[in-house]
Design a protein around this ligand. Structure first.
Ligand code: PAF
Length: 277
């Protein structure tokens, strides 16, 4: 494990290409492990980062209580075949006087950005820093955080960063719940009611497959399912184009992303499904 920018750059320079990067905030679950296994299978060298990025948490969000277990994470990274683990302290990424942020146009105006002001600037800033420090050939990100994936893909394209973004499918528990580090916050009953997010998305995807193209109706299927649960407070249901730049009104024509966010008990959860005609 290395903690400094200088050390990770020196070790990375010795690794054979292609080099894959899996950026994480730790609290590893099967979703992270699936990214690591895919990257391990596709790259000669594998680097993972572990950094709970304060800049992507808003005031009142769970930065202080975010699950942290570095020892367990380090063991799992090693077991999955990570060649180099970069686990910097906060001052290594944000040294005193740090004053540069990266904002991807439009991201803060999309539903997830509106619900979490500053979040995507925090994500884009840290991901740009990690890509600059590690200089991987490929970066592996999960489709579970659909808007994050869209933001990172956009910034890589716009800034012509020499890295390929590899999107990896959401991993779910057998009952459909999308894996998230925040699932550990859920009580048994909250977890049961949280299934309404994936159930709503599945029902809407089935309606879409059966020919329903009205965006409002597809959103209503999801919101109806989540709102029927007393412990779930719906934040938004969004149906956007494939790159998640604009909300779709009227008929869905091409590929689209249906996404949902809700608070179940005290835990904010997100999930999504890609609709392909
Ligand atoms: O998805 C995450 O874990 C984080 O948002 C990321 C990409 C590691 C940036 O901090």
């Amino acid at each position: 494990m290395v903690r400094t920018v200088e050390a990770v750059r020196a070790e990375r320079a010795e690794l054979p290409a292609p080099v894959g990067l899996v950026p994480t905030m730790g609290a590893l679950h099967e979703g992270h492990l699936s990214l690591l296994r895919r990257a391990r299978g596709e790259c000669r060298s594998l680097i993972a980062s572990l950094f709970v990025n304060p800049a992507q948490f808003g005031p009142g969000e769970d930065f202080a209580s975010y699950p942290r277990d570095e020892e367990r994470d380090a063991r799992l990274f090693a077991e999955t075949g990570v060649d180099l683990l970069f686990a910097p302290g906060i001052e290594e990424i944000y040294p005193p006087g740090h004053a540069t942020t990266v904002t991807v146009g439009g991201a803060e105006e999309r539903p997830e950005g509106l619900s979490r002001p500053g979040h995507f600037t925090g994500v884009a800033t840290v991901v740009t820093a990690l890509l600059s420090i590690v200089a991987p050939d490929r970066a592996y990100l999960g489709e579970k955080d659909a808007q994050q994936l869209a933001v990172v893909s956009r910034l890589v394209r716009d800034l012509a960063l020499p890295v390929e973004v590899v999107a990896c499918p959401t991993v779910r528990d057998p009952d459909g719940l999308a894996l998230s580090s925040r699932n550990v916050y859920l009580s048994r009953e909250e977890r049961r009611q949280a299934l309404s997010l994936s159930a709503g998305l599945r029902a809407a995807a089935a309606a879409f497959a059966a020919g329903v193209r009205d965006a409002g109706e597809l959103r209503r299927i999801v919101s109806g399912c989540v709102s029927s649960q007393p412990l779930a407070v719906l934040d938004y249901v969004s149906l956007a184009d494939g790159e998640m730049r604009e909300e779709i009104e009227g008929e869905v024509q091409g590929e689209a992303v249906l996404s949902v966010a809700a608070r179940v008990g005290g835990t904010r959860l997100i999930d999504n499904v890609r609709l392909r005609p």
